[in-house]
Design a protein around this ligand. Structure first.
Ligand code: FE2
Length: 328
């Protein structure tokens, strides 16, 4: 998937629901209960897997009766594309299903949105977001550490970022690990109103740090704009302030003054409590985000001592329209 630089335009106005401010949101606008008819279909799939299991990766919705789930997920997709851009599905029966069974169902529900794709160059399809207790460095993918995550969207420097990302919560931390979300449409409105002189700069490229999970021969410069326009006219953001700053540090290039201001103001806007929505995930809940225009972050956390209790989320990246490979 590539963005056509010729089509980039900062002028198109977004539909109102996509440009939200966190404190204005009510829980019932984004928390969606698991309908009883969907749960019955999912329980039947779990039963079938208990009778005659096959590996998670070959499970496909067309192999099962999932008509209620199909209708449900079609409505979820509408919310992701034309509503707030995120939902919390509440929730999978974590007490009744094993982790393997939860993973099977999670895979199938995700597939109903768009196909799961590899989340790193070696091809990890279901990503364990957790810290295994081992030491880490600045090169380590931050999702695998207990560090806080600044507001970003996934694969902001990548060749083929996912359209949607989802997280299934299996275990929560002893303390911390609060999730935050912000809307790129709101950020764009802010620039248009308060800093119009910087808006064009956001549509021009920035260097990005080439992180360790990219292909060894991926573009060394990772030269992408922060704002781009999708073929349907929608906004796509590629933002991670840390990755941009490291991109300049690593290449030895100097970020121009407008670029410095644009990144600082963007980072400040997205992370501001007056703009973002904060929440804690609970076991069994699934968070799904439209990665084109929802950015996310996380506070640092302190984990349980017992390995089996440690904070653990399962992540899927979903992307239709090209191949399942990390590089698209
Ligand atoms: Fe992320």
């Amino acid at each position: 998937m590539t963005m056509n630089l010729a089509t980039l335009s900062p002028t198109r106005a977004p539909p109102a629901p996509r440009a939200w401010l966190g404190p204005q949101l009510r829980d019932d606008e984004f928390v969606v209960g698991l309908p009883a008819d969907c749960l019955a279909e999912l329980d039947a799939i779990v039963e079938e897997q208990r009778r005659a299991p096959v590996p998670t990766f070959i499970l496909a919705p067309e192999h099962f009766e999932m008509s209620a789930c199909r209708r449900w997920m079609a409505g979820i997709k509408q919310r992701l594309d034309h509503g707030l851009g995120f939902v919390i599905l509440d929730r999978m029966p974590v007490g009744r299903w094993t982790q393997r069974e939860l993973t099977d169902i999670y895979w199938l529900l995700g597939t109903l949105l768009e196909p799961p794709v590899a989340q790193d160059w070696p091809g990890t399809m279901i990503y364990d977001v957790r810290h295994d207790g081992r030491p880490y460095t600045g090169e380590t993918r931050t999702a695998l550490t207990p560090e806080g995550l600044d507001m970003h969207n996934d694969s902001s420097m990548g060749e083929a970022p996912p359209n949607y990302i989802s997280l299934l919560c299996l275990n929560t931390a002893k303390s911390g690990g609060k999730s935050s979300l912000s809307s790129a449409y709101s950020a764009r409105d802010h620039f248009a109103q308060e800093h119009p002189e910087l808006l064009d700069r956001l549509y021009k490229p920035f260097y990005r740090h080439h992180q360790e999970y990219q292909a060894a021969n991926a573009g060394k410069t990772n030269w992408y704009p922060i704002f781009g326009t999708e073929p349907d006219g929608g906004l796509r953001i590629r933002f991670n302030a840390r990755v941009i700053r490291r991109g300049y540090a690593k290449t030895g290039q100097v970020l121009d003054n407008e670029g410095v201001q644009a990144v600082d103001i963007m980072d400040g806007f997205l992370g501001d409590p007056a703009h973002r929505h904060d929440f804690f995930m609970e076991p069994g809940q699934m968070q799904i985000l439209n990665n084109r225009f929802i950015v996310h972050g996380r506070t640092p956390y302190v984990d349980h001592d017992e390995p089996e209790k440690r904070r653990h989320l399962l992540r899927l990246w979903l992307r239709a329209g090209d191949r399942r490979q990390f590089r698209g």
